[in-house]
Design a protein around this ligand. Sequence first.
Ligand code: CMC
Length: 431
Amino acid sequence: MAQDTLSVTDNRTDKKYELKIENGCIRAIDLRTIKTGADDFGLMAYDPAFLNTANCKSAITFIDGDKGILEYRGYPIEQLAEKSTHLEVSYLLMNGELPTKQQLEDYTSKITTHTYVHENIKQFMDGFRYDAHPMSMLGSTVAALSSFYPEAKNVKNKDVRRLQMTRLIAKMPTLAAFSHRHSQGLPYIYPNNDLGYTENFLTMVKSIGTTKWKAHPALVKALDILFILHADHEQNCSTTATRVVGSSEVDPYSATAAGIAALYGPLHGGANEAVLRMLREIGDVKHIPEFIKKVKEKDGDKKLMGFGHRVYKNYDPRAKVIKQACDEVFEVTGKNPRLEIAVELERIALQDEYFVSRKLYPNVDFYSGLIYEAMGFPVDFFTSLFAIPRTVGWVTQWEEMITDGEQKIARPRQIFTGQRKRDYVPVEKRG
Ligand code: CMC
């Protein structure tokens, strides 16, 4: 018997099957051969929320959730955060290798010259209510970009694809900054192509009343590190949304807008906003035991936001780097008073049976909000700060999916639990 196989006995029929094991997986489609009779559809795998389903083969990002390891194209996240820049990491993710000096210059110049958006976008942005959430504005505006670039639907053409990927990475900071300015009632600031990616973004967000406004270099560096940490995270909810929507061969703006919508949710990228609101609600270290008690009792569905992860059953390596970055930021901005609450929450949670037995550790969102708040970003802007760097992850994963010969339109099966074959009853005869 071949070694890399799984022997299955169907006790309904006493029939034996041998399923091939490859990369630690069986192919779910092979289960279909397991039938009770000729008119049986065949066995399926039921896996709500994809707890144990690999949806693709990917060469981009590696995570070992038990050991707390994260690598982009084989490079440990800690080394990239310390030594690289977000644009270099973007090149790495998109192309598989670190760039040469010339390649990095060319890539940087390409991104920089695509930062402007069509003037109509401003009017579009103006149509939102003054208090619209920046993520709502960002998602809708990114979806609208497909109407500006109709050629983007040629998803099988590499040059067309790469141009849209460049545009998305380049324009996302501009769109995010515009959405912020709109919600603050401030005039839009155009991109400045003399500045780097992250510095330009900070300037579009913060500059007012002078052309001389300059971002503090330590804050530019800290935000760039946060961008690196958020750039990709393999098959998370928003990336899966982007891949699934993109599998219909729609243009990448529409697919990325789906990713933004998924990221907006409080269980995903919206958690950074939720953490800050939670820390504000706790208010003081002395209220922590009462808060933890409520979380453990699942009182009102309360969760310790910024804790837990589907894949990491160990400390999220990104959270470690962010915790260290806090010190450098607070040296410039002054300490965030909520840091003390966060550190104490973490200390208690890491020794509490409830969290220990469930392997709940701080994730990327636990400390990032403290930095964003200290840097003066409003809380409802935090998730946009996640969406900007994740754009390179979304588009890289989208391209990998589009060029993967094994992929098709995503179309799962269901277990039907509803009613069948009923006769229509006219309204006057219904009880
Ligand atoms: N606080 C309290 N209990 C928790 C938490 C939490 N943050 N996370 C999970 N649990 C409990 C959960 O109630 C369940 O308990 P029980 O066994 O008694 O039913 C157990 O731990 C297992 O949790 P789960 O819900 O089955 O885990 P999941 O893999 O489906 O969910 C998660 C992962 C990230 C959605 C969840 O941990 C969570 O809601 N965390 C808070 C939100 C958050 O911080 N999200 C950011 C994720 S990291 C960044 C990103 O990817 O966007």
